[in-house]
Design a protein around this ligand. Structure first.
Ligand code: C2O
Ligand code: CU
Ligand code: CU
Length: 517
């Protein structure tokens, strides 16, 4: 595949639409959102691209709610019965199932299992078929949690990478009173940004590989690939767009919605990002950064101050980090043109102190510690098969935290690269990362540390639901499991890994109920 030579910064950044509820009161809102196939122009010089999107939009509409407003969404599938991307039938969960299945997960949300988008709770067009032992259901999001930037995306077993790549992703914002009371940029000056990479064919259609780069013989056709890096960067559904801004402060809620690609972002003006929030909402204190890394599914909420850059053009750049490829174009993301006249004085501030984050580590509760290995093996076709604790998705549940209990999960990465690990239902706190000798581990299975445990970076010291677990390190997180019991999942958020087979169920159990039986 030769990359398309698309001109950069010729299209304006689209601002995502906000979804309109069918009904809304102070306490409740009700939405109907359908998945459809449609065509959309993603670049000035590209023909319209076939996409699958929520309400015929790519990205999907923003669901914007207040804390405590119970939101119901009727998600419907109006998609064709055949996929336009290569479905690998050799993945065991996929073999005998309908080709196009969908289920929506609200990433980062504290939701009952029946509304969480369990990968096997998929449904087909018009709810004709529903995953075995699941029912058709209107999903309910209590929105009890603190203000945060969440996102919703497809999570169907074994084809999540294809459904999300086709366009099934959108943002979800919860607002709370504390955050609203801060004097930070709001309204037109608060802009969500969804970054993703794609590749295109000459005719404007999406390109997604139907086999790995170095295919061995006798691979299934099509075959899943262990990673996917697109050669083109899109923001809010446009290729390398620009945004015209006033010389003042703006707030950006940035999400990495790419399948595999991690970014390290910086501005060519040399100015700082003032990060105010992470996955689970506001940090305790704002953090000033010249550069930050963002793994798939992570969110970084930051303020940029353009007041000293009137007339200037600033490029948001990516220094490629772990996904470096010298002959590609992905070192640039988008541009800010400080070309609009200032509409009234900018009275907003970048607060030093933002919110209180109680430490879970210091709460003196008895804590279960789970050692969870991120492991690699090979399947019968010679393809890499990444696993959690050497177990496939279908193995019986091994993680059963008690309702309301606090647990430490240690992700021991014995593979050669970083995995962004995500846990459903809860927001966790990062404790530390500690390096160990991987060669030694591979020889005799012993963990020998090569350095002290290192505290998470300043911008990771808030609530998180996804965290980078680097190779040859033990990454520890702590969480309280609740407020619901039932079946959830945890997984690597590289979608090519999650689909095969780096995802595991976990069950929150109620110890009292166990006693009763
Ligand atoms: Cu964003 Cu289980 O995923
Ligand atoms: Cu999730
Ligand atoms: Cu992974």
């Amino acid at each position: 595949m030769k990359p398309m030579n698309l001109m950069k910064f010729v299209d304006q950044l689209p601002l995502m639409n906000t979804a309109k509820p069918e009904r809304k009161s102070k306490k409740e809102s009700y939405y109907e959102i359908g998945m459809e196939e449609f065509y959309q122009k993603l670049h000035r010089d590209l023909q319209p691209t076939r996409l699958w999107g929520y309400n015929r939009q790519f990205p999907g509409p923003i669901i914007d709610v207040n804390q405590g407003e119970c939101t119901q969404v009727k998600w419907t599938n109006n998609l064709p019965n055949t996929h336009f991307l290569p479905v690998d039938r050799s993945i065991h969960h996929v073999a005998h199932q309908p080709e196009v299945r969908t289920v929506v997960h609200l990433h980062g949300s504290e939701t009952r299992p029946s509304s969480d988008g369990y990968p096997e709770a998929w449904f087909t067009r018009g709810f004709k078929e529903v995953g075995p032992s699941f029912e058709r259901k209107i999903y309910e999001y209590p929105n009890h949690q603190r203000g945060s930037t969440l996102w919703y995306h497809d999570h169907a077993m074994g084809i999540t990478r294809l459904n999300v790549y086709a366009g099934l992703a959108g943002m979800y914002i919860i607002r709370d009173g504390k955050e609203n009371s801060l004097n930070i940029p709001k309204g037109d000056y608060e802009i969500p940004l969804m970054i993703m990479d794609r590749s295109f064919n000459e005719d404007g259609s999406l390109f997604y590989p139907d086999k790995p780069n170095n295919p061995s013989k006798n691979l299934p056709n099509p075959s899943i690939t262990p990673a996917f890096l697109g050669d083109t960067i899109l923001v809010n559904g446009k290729v390398w767009p620009y945004l015209e801004v006033e010389p003042r402060k703006y707030r950006f809620r940035l999400l990495n919605a790419s399948n595999t690609r991690a970014y390290q972002l910086y501005l060519d003006s040399g100015q700082s990002f003032h990060q105010i929030g992470s996955d689970g909402g506001l940090l305790q204190k704002s953090v000033h950064l010249k550069k930050f890394a963002i793994e798939p599914a992570e969110r970084v909420d930051f303020i940029l101050d353009f007041s000293k850059y009137k007339g200037k053009t600033i490029t948001l750049k990516n220094d490629l980090g772990p996904n470096a490829n010298p002959d590609d174009n992905t070192g640039e993301v988008m541009q800010f043109k400080v070309s609009l006249p200032l509409q009234g004085e900018d009275k907003t501030v970048i607060p030093k102190y933002l919110s209180h984050i109680p430490s879970l580590e210091q709460n003196n509760e008895v804590k279960t510690i789970r050692n969870l290995k991120l492991t690699g093996s090979t399947d019968k076709y010679g393809r890499p098969l990444l696993l959690l604790n050497n177990k496939a998705w279908s193995a019986p549940v091994t993680e059963k935290p008690g309702l309301g209990s606090t647990e430490t999960w240690s992700f021991i990465n014995i593979t050669g690269f970083t995995h962004p690990i995500h846990i459903h239902l809860i927001q966790f706190q990062a404790l530390d990362r500690r390096p160990f000798d991987l060669d030694l581990y591979n020889q005799d299975g012993q963990i020998v540390y090569t350095g002290p445990a290192i505290r998470p970076k300043a911008n990771e010291r808030g609530w998180k639901d996804t965290i980078a677990a680097p190779s040859a390190q033990i990454t520890r997180v702590i969480a309280r499991f609740g407020p619901y019991t039932g079946n959830y999942v945890w997984h690597c958020h590289i979608l090519e890994h999650e689909d095969y087979d780096m995802m595991r169920p976990f069950t929150v159990i109620n110890p009292k109920e166990l006693d009763d039986k």
